[in-house]
Design a protein around this ligand. Structure first.
Ligand code: GLV
Ligand code: MN
Ligand code: MN
Length: 406
């Protein structure tokens, strides 16, 4: 069993035939197919599988001394953004299984358990909270609030988990599981093209910018597009437009990133003024002070523009991840291992969020990045060359062998 075989098995699951992008949302049919693939693959490798109360999947290479030694865990996520690429998430899990297959072939005997994790709802594409599975595991999200999170069709996480045969009463912090993990190392496609510029196939993460999601609701009044005089309108689309431009301006002025990638206008008629506009701001910055300034600038413009147009306005944070610095000792050890294996692995920061960033608050974590020649991600055009994926597996294999070796 090698990377190419495993990759080919997973590739068709959840791919939209028109866009070529992936729609693997948590607790849907494609998600169930991904989970079945995970279980099948783990079984073929002789790994014990488990699903925790939060729906995160685990595959364990047990050792005779299980329980005495903390586990080394690697993995990533299988869910996608709407029309996401094939690599964001799955690359880490396929590489983890491929690395374990290679270690098994080499007759490697781990001195401590090795786990492969697939975290649920990393993208927050269905229920709005990014890294929901790892946040729940680490006790960073209130379970009752999480159960009541709703998707676009009003289906709650509680209902979705029940429909998938899981008991939502079990979600929440899992101290026992966390306490058994010594380190977490996540391999991920780079979501930028720094490695390409440096001519390196693999890199090591330095840290993650603080980032979050905010939901903005503009409430106006539906009316006829052909008969309502301009001064009589309460059109929520206008403050939204001003806010989107303000976000871009604030990001430009402050050296940050701000994006409105999801907008819902209700009721959505071409010949009617909208009754409401709901939109989501994704903002990221080099430090949290700058991020606060971006949010304040956007919020001020939104409130003022809403007032000007007689429109109601509310803003609330849906998720937030503070700045993450990955464990320096673990990062340095990985750099030494990769150098010894002849792999030059530059250290780079990222603006993208990851379960590793969430878990970093509780356990030593590290990330390996695999070169993305165009830097494009969260898009069907996301790509990594097979040779670089292979280099990623080689790097991860060396890291697992070092950290879990005798
Ligand atoms: C996850 O990919 C994120 O950075 O939003
Ligand atoms: Mn992503
Ligand atoms: Mn990802």
């Amino acid at each position: 069993m090698n990377f190419a075989e495993l990759w080919a098995e997973l590739l068709p699951v959840g791919r939209d035939e028109h866009t070529g992008g992936y729609r693997r949302y948590s607790w849907t049919e494609p998600d169930a197919a991904c989970r079945a693939w995970f279980a099948r693959t783990a079984a073929r490798l002789g790994l014990r599988t488990d699903c925790d109360g939060n729906g995160n999947l685990w595959a364990w290479w047990d050792t005779p001394g299980n329980g005495a030694e903390s586990a080394l865990v690697t993995g990533s996520h299988l869910d996608s953004v709407p029309d996401g690429g094939a690599f964001d998430g799955p690359l880490g899990i396929v590489s983890a299984f491929a690395a374990i297959a290679q270690l098994r072939n080499e007759g490697f005997r781990p001195a401590r358990p090795i786990g492969v994790a697939a975290f649920t709802e990393e993208e927050g594409a269905r229920f709005g909270v990014a890294c929901l599975g790892s946040r729940l595991l680490a006790g960073l999200v209130d379970p009752a609030g999480a159960r009541d999170l709703r998707d676009q069709d009003g289906i709650s996480l509680d209902m979705a988990m029940r429909a998938a045969g899981r008991d939502p009463a079990l979600i929440g912090q899992d101290e026992k599981l966390l306490a058994g993990i010594g380190e977490y190392v996540e391999l991920h496609i780079e979501q930028g093209s720094v490695l390409d510029g440096l001519g390196a196939a693999v890199g090591v993460a330095d840290g993650i910018w603080p980032h979050g999601r905010w939901r903005l609701d503009f409430t106006g009044r539906a009316d006829h597009a052909g008969t309502t005089r301009l001064p009589d309108r309460r059109d929520p689309m206008l403050p939204f437009a001003a806010t989107a431009l303000a976000a871009r301006q604030a990001a430009t002025d402050l050296g940050a990133l701000a994006t409105f990638g999801k907008v819902i206008a209700e009721p959505g008629a071409a010949n009617a003024i909208s009754s409401s506009v709901h939109c989501w701001l994704d903002a990221r910055a080099p430090d949290s002070k700058v991020l606060d300034l971006v949010i304040a600038a956007v919020s001020d413009v939104a409130a003022e523009a809403a007032g000007m147009h007689g429109v109601g306005f509310e803003l609330r944070q849906e998720s937030f991840t503070p700045a993450v610095s990955f464990d320096p000792a673990l990062r340095d050890r990985i750099a030494v291992v990769l150098a010894a294996a002849g792999q030059r692995a530059p250290v780079l920061p990222t603006g993208a969020g990851h379960d590793a960033g969430v878990l970093a608050a509780r356990i030593p974590t590290a990330m390996l990045f695999v070169r993305n020649p165009t830097g494009v991600s969260h898009s069907p055009a996301e790509h990594a060359e097979p040779a670089d994926c292979k280099a990623g597996v080689t790097a991860l294999t060396a890291v697992l062998a070092d950290l879990a070796g005798q």
